[in-house]
Design a protein around this ligand. Structure first.
Ligand SMILES: CC(C)(COP(=O)(O)OP(=O)(O)OC[C@H]1O[C@@H](n2cnc3c(N)ncnc32)[C@H](O)[C@@H]1OP(=O)(O)O)[C@@H](O)C(=O)NCCC(=O)NCCS
Length: 279
């Protein structure tokens, strides 16, 4: 069996060009820069066969209590030989006691279910050329001193500390904010990703605020290719379609562990993901 000739190694920046090739093979748009961001925040493993990368996985820790498992790919020629399971077992062992999240494709679903993940909902992916819209007047660009507040809002909405991720996004993204009596109460980030731009994360108290920060960012990039991934339960999908951002795909959100540590008292909610990989 070919799987016996393969080795598992820690992923380093040396493997990124091969990783980009592998993700293109499965039709994912990630550029080397997108992989670099994810790898810099994660513990990764590659499967190599005769020096070639034929499998990847990343475990991205969010503090000591949560993680996402992402970029789970096995080369088409090597599937069905247990490599996906070996990669997942490596990632879960690195995650330890953390609650693990992921967004599954139909192909990955059986593997994740066997490893104790349960489906929790659906992510819908919308994309298209940003329509010409007016920037809402009460939205503005974020300021240097906002970072701690943005991290706190993201934590309240997501349920876990993602300060390392938010720091990396700060270097790469533009942030739009809504202030209420001086405090930031909603924000959305816009950055380069894949084929063009991505809007996310979006955190807000309600749908209206979420739409306003998104519109502010759309108004900044008319005609450019934009992608947004949102949980189906946010009800933003139809509005995206009216904004000419068509629904092009979906994924299944999954979680592994019993507890849900999210603070249910917060009015803030995540309306769009950083990406399907990072949630
Ligand atoms: C998902 C993927 C990584 C699985 O890799 P793989 O090396 O073929 O996986 P394995 O051979 O370890 O099989 C995993 C398990 O799922 C099971 N399985 C796979 N397809 C299945 C199906 N259609 N129905 C039921 N079980 C299935 C296998 O039997 C195996 O179970 P076992 O370990 O109990 O024997 C691979 O198909 C892939 O790269 N797909 C494209 C990218 C992708 O969608 N990745 C997932 C992103 S969330």
């Amino acid at each position: 069996m070919t799987a016996e000739r393969v080795t598992l190694k820690t992923m380093t920046t040396e493997h990124l060009n091969d990783a980009v090739e592998l993700s293109r093979q499965v039709g994912w748009p990630h550029r080397r820069e997108d992989w670099e961001l994810m790898q810099s925040l994660s513990q990764g493993v590659v499967v190599q066969e005769e020096g070639c990368v034929v499998g990847t996985i990343l475990m991205t820790p969010y503090g000591h209590d949560a993680a996402t498992v992402n970029m789970v790919i096995v080369d088409a020629a090597m599937r069905g030989r247990g490599l996906g399971r070996r990669l997942m077992e490596e990632a879960l062992s690195k995650a330890g006691e953390r609650t693990c999240y992921l967004v599954a494709t139909q192909e990955g679903l059986p593997l994740y279910e066997k490893l104790g993940f349960v489906a929790t909902g659906k992510i819908v992916q919308h994309q298209g050329l940003a329509p010409p819209v007016d920037a809402p007047e009460h939205v503005s660009w974020s300021e240097d001193g906002d970072q701690a507040r943005l991290v706190a809002l993201d934590r309240a909405a997501f349920g876990h500390d993602r300060s390392a991720l938010m720091r990396s996004l700060r270097e790469r993204a533009k942030f739009a904010v809504v202030r209420d009596q001086g405090d930031v109460q909603a924000f959305a980030a816009l950055r380069r990703f894949g084929r063009g731009l991505v809007i996310g994360p979006v955190v807000a108290r309600n749908l209206y605020e979420a739409r306003c920060v998104i519109d502010f960012l759309l108004a900044d990039c008319p005609g450019e290719f934009v992608r947004i991934d949102t949980d189906e339960s946010t009800d933003l999908g139809e509005w995206f379609t009216r904004r000419r951002l068509a629904r092009v795909g979906d994924g299944i959100t999954m979680r592994r562990t019993a507890g849900e540590p999210k603070d249910e008292t917060t009015p803030h909610r995540t309306y769009a993901l950083v990406s399907q990989a990072l949630r």
